[in-house]
Design a protein around this ligand. Structure first.
Ligand code: ADP
Length: 636
């Protein structure tokens, strides 16, 4: 091959490519066959791009060549070739496309592959490492390519995948497209056998929209199943197509197949995967639906057909009405496109609504897997009603933290005259149930939504209302509004009522506490909300819960803490004892110490305590005292 004039230049792979190659060459990857899927899919992309150029009217070399993929093999030579008549590559394109890794986040991806070698099987298969995967089976690879551009020269690229590659400008007569020659390693020679190749192509590449020939025989059956009437498509075909599309090896959780006739005509075939695809948070950008116009792929992974919060949905949309030569850049401004996008979004939301209604258990599975993404839809004002109906939270009404409650369910259990929806935030159900703010809700038998994900509170405070009912955090609620609800729940053993005289002393004690705390609190007053705890810090800001304040403090780095009201439960044993001490000596240091302790403990619960050292030292001292008293007592 080549001629006297051919010049060969040697290039080094970029560092990240070397790292990836090192992993691929040395990992004991069990399904190496996916290299073929990757090469065929590259060929198919190249053919799509060519078809796209020709519908745009671009002049193309060898324009009479059929659009197809050919696979040839030579068992004796351990040689496999994959060729296509796609757009091909110029020398510069070969260097920039094959010598580097363009995918965003690929550096992170490689790092996590290196750290999780054991998991490589799972990751390589699902993520798709592209062209380089060929080095799992090849000791040498030669790419011969000629670009579709009229004046382009053919080029030859070759590498053993160890660190460098060579590029030769050849005089060889090549037609448009790309030929990849794979010199197989001894332990991979099975990939030069007909049966092995045929089953691999059928398994991974059956739905490629261009003919694939294995030697002379056509292997794949091209069918756009999304254009078929539902009754013609078998479940297995849907599943096979889903696996082809997503590289998932599990069946999808849901299949949504629709054809719309009016006012615009299109077909959509959508899937909800069983598991979220966000491996290590690296796949966040890798979403979108494939957009076809009358069977021709216009854009792979279009990100505007569905809003981002539904990005877990996979699938294809095929329009009858969009022009074939539409440019990807202006798609979004096209009215037909916008209408399709809106309809597809409604299709998904309606599907989910039905599922939530008819199969709540399956919906719970969906929520567990994809709910975190779905929640981000609080910005979708157009579909606010549907979105809100699909939200789920844990609630005091559920028997444990696995239970899921919809806002509608909550409202259906409203107490007479209830106008607000109450929620509390905490790290766990246990933590929330210990929160003093909840005591009055328990006493009055009012249901409270339990939020464990900081995002939940953003969601509720940005949607603000469900129908006419406002969401209220248990720590910003106006207590006078709870007066109308009678106490339910069992009565606790109550302490004796305070005498008139003691009530006066109690008021003086409150002033004393305010003196001790100074301007660390706005006010010290008797609490109406507590039944179990001696005291609690209460928010002054009606609009923002303590948790929200904490998040904002973290994001704005403004560490100043908002002052709160310190509420004291006069029917708590500890406070009654404090009152006795106060009556004996209003200046007793014991009061100061106890108040400091109670205050910091309350701060700890609202997340306002910045330094726990003093609190802990005081606890230790108190325990020391208590232990002395205890020892005295057991000694009799
Ligand atoms: P990916 O396909 O994910 O972009 P690859 O490493 O598989 O990553 O390929 C890198 C690039 O090389 C492709 O994006 C494409 O531009 C180019 N390429 C690969 N194979 C072909 C081919 N058969 N024809 C034309 N271009 C190709």
């Amino acid at each position: 091959m080549g001629s006297e004039q051919a010049t060969t230049i040697k290039y080094e792979f970029k560092a990240e490519v070397k790292q990836l190659l090192d992993i691929l060459v040395h990992s004991l990857y069990t399904s190496r066959e996916i290299f073929l899927r990757e090469l065929i899919s590259n060929s198919s992309d190249a053919l799509d791009k060519l078809r796209f150029q020709s519908t745009k009217g671009t002049e193309i070399s060898d324009s009479d060549l059929p659009l197809e993929i050919r696979i040839n093999f030579d068992e004796k030579k351990k040689l496999l070739t994959v060729s296509d008549t796609g757009i091909g590559m110029t020398k510069d394109e070969l260097i920039s496309n094959i010598g580097t890794i363009a995918k965003s986040g690929s550096a992170d991806f490689i790092k996590s592959l290196q750290e999780n070698r054991a998991d490589a099987n799972n990751i390589i298969g699902k993520f798709g490492v592209g062209f380089y995967s060929v080095f799992m089976v090849a000791e040498k690879v030669v790419i011969k390519s000629k670009s579709y551009q009229k004046e382009a020269e053919p080029v030859v690229w070759s590498s053993d995948g160890l660190g460098s590659y060579e590029i030769t400008e050849t005089n060889e007569k090549l037609k448009r497209g790309t030929i990849i020659e794979i010199h197989l390693k001894e332990d991979a020679k099975e990939f030069a056998e007909k049966y092995r190749l045929e089953t691999t192509i059928k398994k991974h590449s059956n739905f490629i929209q261009f003919p694939i020939y294995l030697e002379k025989e056509r292997v794949n059956t091209i069918s756009a199943i999304w254009r078929e009437p539902k009754s013609n498509v078998k479940k297995d075909q849907y599943i096979e197509f889903y696996k082809f599309l997503t590289y998932d090896n599990e069946e999808p959780m849901d299949i949504i197949h629709k054809s719309v006739d009016a006012p615009i005509q299109f077909h959509s075939l959508l899937f909800i995967p069983k598991k979220n695809f966000d491996f290590f948070g690296l796949n966040r950008e890798d979403y979108g639906l494939d957009l076809y116009v009358r069977r021709v792929l216009i854009q792979h992974k279009n990100k505007k057909l569905l809003p981002e919060y539904l990005s877990f949905v996979k699938g294809v949309v095929d329009s009858e009405d969009l022009p074939l030569n539409i440019s990807r850049e202006t798609l979004q401004e096209n009215i037909i496109f916008t209408k399709i996008a809106n309809t597809v979004t409604s299709q998904v939301l309606s599907y989910l609504s039905d599922k939530a209604k008819d199969k709540p258990e399956e919906y719970a599975e969906f929520w567990k897997e994809h709910g975190r993404y779905f929640k981000l839809g609080y910005t979708d004002f157009t579909n606010a009603d549907k979105y809100q109906q699909l939200l789920r939270f844990n609630s005091s009404n559920d028997k444990d933290d696995k239970g899921l409650t919809s806002i509608e369910d909550y409202v259906s259990r409203f107490k007479k005259d209830q106008k607000e929806i109450y929620y509390a935030f905490g790290n766990s159900r246990e933590a929330i149930e210990q929160d003093p703010h909840l005591e009055i809700f328990k006493k009055k038998g009012l249901e409270v939504l339990y939020l464990y994900d900081p995002l939940d509170e953003f969601v509720l405070s940005s949607i603000r209302k469900f129908k006419d009912y406002e969401f209220k955090s248990v720590d910003t609620v106006d207590l006078s509004k709870l007066d109308k609800f009678k106490d339910s729940g069992e009565k606790k053993d109550k302490l004796e009522e305070l005498s008139k005289d003691d009530t006066k002393h109690f008021d003086s004690l409150l002033s004393r506490i305010k003196d001790i705390l100074g301007d660390r609190v706005t006010e010290v007053k008797e609490s109406k909300r507590l039944s179990e705890s001696p005291c609690v810090l209460v928010n002054q800001d009606e609009t923002m819960s303590s948790q929200m304040q904490k998040i904002i403090r973290m994001t704005t780095k403004d560490m100043s803490i908002q002052k709160k009201t310190f509420e004291i439960n006069r029917d708590h044993k500890l406070i009654r004892n404090l009152l006795k001490v106060f009556k004996t000596n209003s200046k007793d240091n014991y009061i100061t110490d106890t108040v400091e302790e109670l205050f910091e403990a309350a701060q700890l619960l609202t997340g306002d305590l910045t330094d726990p050292h003093r609190l802990v030292n005081r606890i230790n001292k108190t325990l020391e005292h208590a232990s002395e008293m205890y020892v005295d007592r057991i000694k009799g």
